[in-house]
Design a protein around this ligand. Structure first.
Ligand code: ADP
Ligand code: TRP
Length: 321
């Protein structure tokens, strides 16, 4: 099965990105035909600073590789290295009704947070549909916030197929209940734009500071603690069933201190990511190795893109000779 997903290079990697999407993608490389990319055209819609965008793109690529993505077992590229996707975006744009985009909640959320309503942000879901359809993505691992974008992609693909013939595979989202909405330190969805993230590859001191900031209720030490809380949910990301039971009992037994639990969570995070942290340091020191990997990935991705784009150009009449 062709599994495809991407991550925007719009900021620093956090636990929500890793557990919501990347961890699963990396696992899928073992038994699927995996396509994975860094969505820097998407990041451009909110990041007008050129230096930040290019640095973030390099870092996002290093993040994925450091966490275990194996370029020999998948196709891994940077979105802008396969500009065919912008051609397909334009072709799809001519098919999409404005009403479809007017329904997009992620656009409204971003505008609500003060981002400039540029046309890139508005057309974001069409570029995302092109990302998926150009490479025949069948299963798309994402967090819950991307569900509507997948519904739109299906709507666009069906409309295209009805009008021009069966060109596109119809993709399905892969959303996992336990990690579909990783909470941030304030209990809302963890997101780069909410200043509530727990980063993965930042300095330990900063990570500890963020963990200590996780919102807790005002229950006393000798009272049982509720497991329906961000601290529990975040800790639970690292636990198997047995350890989860132990954590529930720790929360429910009077005497537990939130400060101690937070310290243990911090240790857990540092231990878990320690080997990946070393990988990342190595990659950052060898940028040309990373560029070689991305160049090779772009070639593979272009080959696949050209096959679909040829069909699209023919059936739409863009190809005229
Ligand atoms: P952000 O919301 O921080 O800007 P991205 O949009 O770059 O993150 O998301 C990259 C991937 O990580 C997407 O598949 C998204 O659904 C997933 N993701 C991001 N935040 C979370 C979260 N808090 N819980 C679950 N998945 C998440
Ligand atoms: N919109 C996704 C996000 O914000 C990133 C993305 C761009 C993507 N193109 C994609 C995800 C295609 C899956 C498939 O996280």
């Amino acid at each position: 099965m062709r599994v495809l997903s991407g991550i925007q290079s719009s900021g620093t990697l956090h636990l929500g990105n890793y557990f919501g999407m990347m961890k699963r993608m990396i696992k899928y490389q073992n038994e699927n035909d995996l396509f994975c990319f860094i969505a820097n055209y998407h990041a451009l819609t909110t990041l007008p600073n050129a230096r930040n965008l290019s640095e973030n793109t390099f870092h996002a690529a290093c993040d994925f590789l450091a966490l275990g993505l194996d370029p020999d077992r998948c196709t891994f590229w940077v979105q802008s290295d396969v500009p065919q996707v912008t051609e397909l975006t334009w072709i799809l744009t001519s098919l999409v009704n404005r009403g479809l985009l007017d329904r997009a909640t992620s656009y409204k959320d971003k505008i609500g947070k003060g981002l400039k309503p540029n046309m890139g942000l508005y057309s974001y879901p069409i570029l995302m549909a092109a990302d998926i359809l150009l490479f025949g993505g069948e299963l798309v691992p994402v967090g819950n916030d991307q569900k509507q974008h997948l519904e739109m992609t299906r709507e666009i693909a069906n409309k295209f197929n009805n009008q021009y013939g069966e060109i596109f595979a119809i993709p399905k989202e892969d959303i996992l209940e336990k990690v579909k909405l990783v909470p941030g330190t304030d209990g809302q969805k963890m997101s780069k734009s909410y200043n509530n993230t727990i980063p993965i590859f930042e300095d330990g001191k900063l990570i500890r500071k963020k963990v200590m900031k996780i919102t807790t209720d005002a229950s006393e030490i000798d009272e049982p603690k509720s497991t329906d809380a961000p601290l529990f949910e975040l800790f639970n990301l690292f636990l198997n069933n047995d350890d989860r039971k132990k954590l529930i009992s720790r929360f429910e037994t009077p005497g537990a201190r939130y400060g101690d639990i937070k310290q243990d969570l911090f240790d857990k995070i540092m231990d878990y990511f320690e080997p990946f942290r070393k990988n990342k340091e190595r990659l950052i020191q060898n940028p040309s190795d990373v560029f070689d990997i991305l160049n090779l990935g772009a070639k593979k991705a272009q080959k696949s893109a050209n096959q679909v784009l040829e069909k699209v150009r023919s059936c739409t009449g863009i190809k005229y000779k």
